[in-house]
Design a protein around this ligand. Structure first.
Ligand code: URP
Ligand code: ZN
Ligand code: ZN
Ligand code: ZN
Length: 552
């Protein structure tokens, strides 16, 4: 490290500090094996700190100081459905930082037949020299063979991958059948990696698509019609059943509909894998049937509860900024450009979010654990590939930049969610699930200096005209949000400085995520006291790709 960093200091003073759930288990960090990755870290947290000379002081009075966002779901520089995403690793991570996200986890998606290692290396090559913040990788299991299993083992053992995504949709490209899905989950279990699923029934979608096109339905609305809620819910249920058979934890990406969330809740609640027979005493029912235990109502209740009990392992549910900030009605817009821009899979609910519980409530009450962006942006010219056939519209929307502000506006400003839960669902829970915590997702001594100073009064209107993303459309266009980052510190460097964006291409690092995340596989997480306000962090002056940051 030596001369890689000339240490400068940034000190943030007073302001209430909003913290993720704080735990200070040293073994957690060691277990996570992230020591080698450690960059500029938070040096002190507390009151009345001794501030070394030359330290820049940022006044956070009236603001909230929180760990940088962790976006667990992006697709940067992805080629898909005949097009390439608008946001590459530079512009995508630059936009992330502008919105308060300081770590993204992108998906390596191999072609069928391609070695997973080769695809991973391609992704590293695309990303390493461009990222403006730290990133990690999930790898897609898009086909199945013994060599794929070997690749998964190597990726987990040596290459810092602890999660693999399987598709139950995209029948012509990435879909696995149930047998292959089960094999892939078994492989994950063996290496203590977390299986992720894209839960939609690809066969039903394919057949519905044929039927719709035959009837002359070609507009983007056909995308919604080809896959109503039960098509997602059925796959959620099936994925939960397969995970239970394999006895593995599961992470369901982009949960978009109420039916899907219900299927998840039902799976969590579902009974034992084998019948549990209830026994009671003859005396209690006045017959001479010879039985033994189960005397009390409480005992019967316990039995009922056991029957209802959920998966044998955690099932994590992720939703997207798109479900919080918009809805599927846009796919019916008469303007193709507008409608096609909203096409993603699974689609958002077809009507505006009702007053009844919806994704922001489920996030708030822990029915869902994480909000990602699934940022997968295509320019208008690429969406036009599906001008005459909705099934050819490249799937995906923006969100990496606006994820935090949209959730803050829709959930915190409306009283549905408190700021601590906001930090959990946007940052710390993803860091824990993917074994980056407490390096990421936490404001504490020795955690990475990824810090956001959030101004809850900052007002702005979201627009493609002003956003930092490369794409020429924004699904949140025209929405007024109150609350946005004022300062974003990435690895100790002030990258958003009172609203002025100054990122450095290539300054981000690849974060190896070790397998066997204690949060997923049951490690001990003892609690600890929350640090107080004031923190001091160190800031780098030179980056691995040789770039030097512009002066602060
Ligand atoms: O429509 C979507 N979600 N596009 C990205 C690919 C995926 O399935 O996550
Ligand atoms: Zn997906
Ligand atoms: Zn329009
Ligand atoms: Zn995705």
């Amino acid at each position: 490290m030596g001369d890689r960093y000339r240490h400068k200091l940034v000190h943030i003073t007073p302001g209430p500090v909003v913290l993720p759930a704080i735990r200070s288990d040293k073994t957690f960090g060691r277990n996570a094996g992230l020591g080698k990755n450690a960059g500029p870290g938070i040096m002190q947290v507390g009151r009345n700190l001794i501030i070394p000379g030359g330290t820049r002081v940022i006044d956070a009075t009236g603001k909230l100081v929180m760990p940088g966002g962790v976006d667990p779901h992006t697709h940067l520089e992805l080629e898909m459905m005949g097009a390439k995403t608008a946001d590459d690793f530079y512009k995508g991570t630059r936009a992330a930082v502008a919105g308060g996200t300081t770590t993204v986890i992108d998906f390596v998606l191999p072609n069928k037949g391609q070695s997973l290692i080769e695809a991973y290396n391609n992704w590293r090559e695309k990303a390493d020299s461009k990222v403006c913040c730290d990133y990690a990788l999930h790898v897609g299991v898009t086909w199945w063979s013994n060599s794929v299993k070997k690749d998964m083992e190597q990726l987990a053992a040596d290459m810092g991958v602890n999660s693999f995504k399987m598709f139950m949709a995209y029948r012509d490209s990435w879909m696995l059948d149930d047998y292959e899905l089960m094999c892939a989950m078994e492989a994950c279990k063996e290496i203590q990696a977390l299986p992720q699923v894209h839960a939609e029934n690809g066969h039903i979608i394919a057949r519905n698509t044929q039927r719709l096109l035959a009837r002359g339905v070609t507009a983007p609305e056909g995308h919604l019609l080809s896959r109503d809620e039960e098509v997602e819910a059925e796959a959620v249920n099936r994925a939960c059943v397969i995970a239970n058979q394999v006895n593995t934890p599961l992470y369901i990406v982009h949960m978009m509909s109420k039916s899907a969330v219900r299927a998840l809740q039902e799976a969590r609640r579902r009974g034992q894998k084998n019948p549990v027979f209830g026994e009671t005493l003859a005396a209690t029912v006045g017959t001479d049937v010879s039985v033994s235990i189960m005397m009390s109502k409480s005992a019967v209740r316990a039995l009922q509860e056991a029957r209802r009990r959920g998966q044998r392992n955690p099932v994590f549910g992720e939703t997207l900024a798109a479900t919080v900030g918009t809805d599927g009605s846009h796919c019916r817009n008469a303007c193709f450009r507008h409608a096609a821009a909203h096409v993603l899979s699974p689609p958002c609910a077809p009507t505006p979010p009702p007053r009844r519980p919806s994704s922001r409530h489920w996030l708030s009450t822990d029915v869902l654990q994480v909000i990602g962006s699934d940022n997968c942006t295509f320019h208008e010219k690429d969406k036009e590939l599906g001008k005459d056939d909705f099934s050819k519209i490249p799937n995906g929307v923006n969100g990496v930049e606006d994820r935090l502000a949209v959730l803050w506006q829709k959930a915190v400003n409306t009283g549905v969610m408190d700021p601590c839960r906001f930090v959990a669902v946007t940052s710390s829970t993803a860091a824990k699930i993917f074994n980056m915590w407490p390096q990421k997702g936490r404001v504490a001594v020795n955690s990475d200096a990824d810090v956001v100073v959030w101004d809850p009064r900052l007002e702005r209107t979201i627009s493609a005209a002003t956003h930092k993303q490369a794409v020429d459309f924004n699904i949140f266009e025209g929405q007024k949000v109150v609350g946005s980052p004022q300062y974003v510190i990435v690895n100790g460097r002030v990258c958003l400085d009172d609203g002025v964006l100054r990122v450095a291409e290539g300054s981000g690092r690849f974060i190896k995520t070790p397998a066997n995340s204690p949060y997923v596989f049951g490690g001990q997480l003892p609690g600890a006291a929350a640090p107080e306000a004031h923190l001091t962090i160190e800031t780098p002056t030179k980056y691995t790709n040789g770039n030097t940051p512009s002066p602060d």
